[in-house]
Design a binder for this molecule. Structure first.
Ligand code: KG4
Ligand code: ZN
Length: 338
């Protein structure tokens, strides 16, 4: 039996999980720093690092206890090595490598984006390489061809803002607290998506890349000149959600029509969005592919995705190295393992 402890500290969630071969995900805790960062309207890196440092040990103990195992059962410790905030990554990496060294077990540095993608396979073993992945998070918006474990090609990327960033900035404009993506989607439920005609950036342009900054500017302009009633907040939220989803789906559909692929994984925080999920399901059906979404609780940052990715690499013949701490704040997924 193989048991992996996973540690995630790349941004504003301290998260720990235990994954084991026989029982699957058997312990899983996330401590969100959102309330701490909210007064600043975004993540304050120094505060994030300090908070990870103060919470991590307690969270590891809690997770090991709820997994009903002990430290001596752990075969390897997987931790997020990047991309992410340097100081925040260092807390998780330093903790993981020290603990592993004291237990005489290996560490497995994990790529955060790969972990977001692979977590879809945790509950859906039917997914097999190669497959396509739409990664929609707070920092990234990419379509990735997952050729094999650790082997990824980026087929489309955003030229400017990430989709989650666009959600968060629109949410802030409408007076919602950071990060705002989910609250904005709830606001949108009471709105008329046709009220504000917003642009669909990149439509008609060659290639598959995405762009959201023009849409963000249009949302700001629409808000500036409107009556700012409660109904207008709902309507702008709904119009934005429609435009952003439409833009994303339109480019994705174009790509699907020229890339053969029968499996599409949707990953990252924005994959929790109900409207996006619905539209992607319809798009996948039109294009003959099966969409796979991780459970919503595992879309945003969590330790399960790190523990599970560690497990996959461990089983794939991971070659233990010395427990040298690795952090790569900027780490293109294509350069993984190279
Ligand atoms: O993947 P994630 O937890 O962190 C990064 O790796 O970036 O994604 C966080 C992003 C935030 O922008 C948040 O607002 C967005 O995911 N998000 C959502 C929803 N839930 C989280 N956006 C739209 N609708 C949601 N339901
Ligand atoms: Zn993430």
């Amino acid at each position: 039996m193989t048991t992996i402890l996973g540690i995630e500290t790349s941004c504003d969630e301290t998260a720990v999980a235990v994954y084991d071969q026989d029982n699957g995900l058997c312990g899983h805790h996330v401590y969100s720093q959102i309330a701490m960062h909210q007064p600043f309207g975004g993540v304050v890196p120094e505060l994030a690092s300090r908070d990870h440092a103060s919470k991590l040990l307690g969270l590891v103990k809690q997770t090991i206890a709820s997994a009903q195992c002990c430290l001596s059962d752990i075969d390897a410790i997987a931790y997020t090595a990047g991309p992410g905030l340097a100081g925040a990554l260092m807390v998780g990496a330093g903790f993981a490598t020290s603990l592993a060294e004291s237990l005489a077990i290996p560490t497995i540095p994990i790529h955060h984006l790969e972990a977001h993608i692979l977590v879809a396979c945790l509950e859906e073993p039917a997914i097999t390489f190669p497959f396509l992945a739409l990664l929609v998070s707070g920092g990234h918006t990419q379509v990735i061809e997952a050729k094999a474990l650790g082997d990824y090609v980026v087929l489309a990327d955003t030229l400017d803002d990430a989709i989650g960033e666009a959600f968060d900035k629109t949410a802030k404009l409408l007076g919602l607290p950071y990060p705002g993506g989910q609250a904005l989607s709830e606001l949108a439920e009471g709105g008329d998506p046709m009220r504000f005609p917003l642009p669909r950036p990149m439509r008609g342009r060659p290639g598959y890349d995405l762009s959201f900054s023009g849409l963000k500017t249009a949302v700001f302009q629409a808000w500036e000149v409107c009556d700012k009633t409660e109904q207008s907040r709902y309507d702008l939220a709904a119009s934005f959600q429609l435009a952003v989803t439409d833009s994303c789906c339109h480019r994705l559909e174009k790509l699907l029509q020229s890339h053969v692929g029968s499996q599409l994984v949707i990953a990252g925080g924005v994959a929790a969005n109900t409207y996006l999920r619905r539209e992607i399901k319809a798009l996948a059906a039109r294009n003959g592919c099966v969409p796979y979404f991780p459970p919503t609780a595992l879309c945003t940052d969590n330790g399960a995705m790190v523990a599970y990715s560690g497990y996959r690499h461990y089983k794939n013949g991971w070659q233990p190295q010395d427990n040298q701490m690795c952090i790569y704040p900027r780490w293109p997924i294509e350069s993984y393992g190279k």
